[in-house]
Write a protein of this length. Structure first.
Length: 195
């Protein structure tokens, strides 16, 4: 019976992790992607201020493979609304966070998306393209009641999207250390408008 030294065990384990990372990553390093917010629209219904936006370049091949292997993904959308003031700092009216979580059911071969702005409803689809589209869009969640806005006042609406921190089981991130390659975070995007 042969006993490995701790150094040799560490080398074998490190080599195994590197091989796994290269296999899963296709042998190419995943460069940080440039996720952007596009189609940013602020409009209103008869009662509320509404927001529409799309995040582009939010998914990498590694993320798609991880999702298909049962790793859920959550996007956070941050929204801030401020009233502009000439003599003082802007007045913050609203600070919101919307969360979209995508998971894959391997038995049903179906994607499920839970969106916090549409409470109680889960969007299900067999198509990864449709799932990615649902994850990357905000389609008119109410931001603030119109009665809270002053007529003829100037406002700034700021938005940002980010991949949520991983919620993997304890020590799982040591087994798959290259999950950090998934990370994305957009810049803050601003829309200025008058009500």
């Amino acid at each position: 019976m042969r006993i490995f030294s701790r150094t040799r065990q560490f080398r074998v384990f490190s080599s195994l992790l590197l091989a796994l990372a290269l296999f899963w990553g296709g042998g190419q390093p995943a460069l940080a992607q440039n996720a952007t917010i596009e189609e940013l629209i602020v409009t209103n219904s008869s009662t509320d201020l509404l927001l529409f936006l799309t995040v582009n370049n939010a998914f990498t091949k590694q993320m798609e493979e991880g999702i298909k292997n049962g790793i859920p993904v959550t996007f956070n959308f941050y929204v801030k609304l401020e009233r502009k003031r000439n003599t003082w700092l802007n007045q913050q009216l609203v600070s919101l966070q919307f969360d979209h979580t995508l998971s894959y059911d391997t038995l049903k071969e179906e994607y499920s998306i839970v969106r916090s702005e549409i409470s109680g409803q889960t969007f299900r689809t067999k198509s990864l393209a449709e799932a990615k589209k649902a994850m990357a869009q905000l389609n008119g969640p109410p931001i603030v009641p119109l009665k809270s806005l002053l007529p003829e006042a100037g406002y700034l609406l700021r938005v940002k999207a980010k991949l949520a921190e991983k919620t993997l089981p304890l020590y799982f991130h040591y087994v798959i250390p290259f999950l950090s390659l998934w990370d994305f975070e957009t810049e803050w995007y601003t829309v200025e408008f008058r009500y």
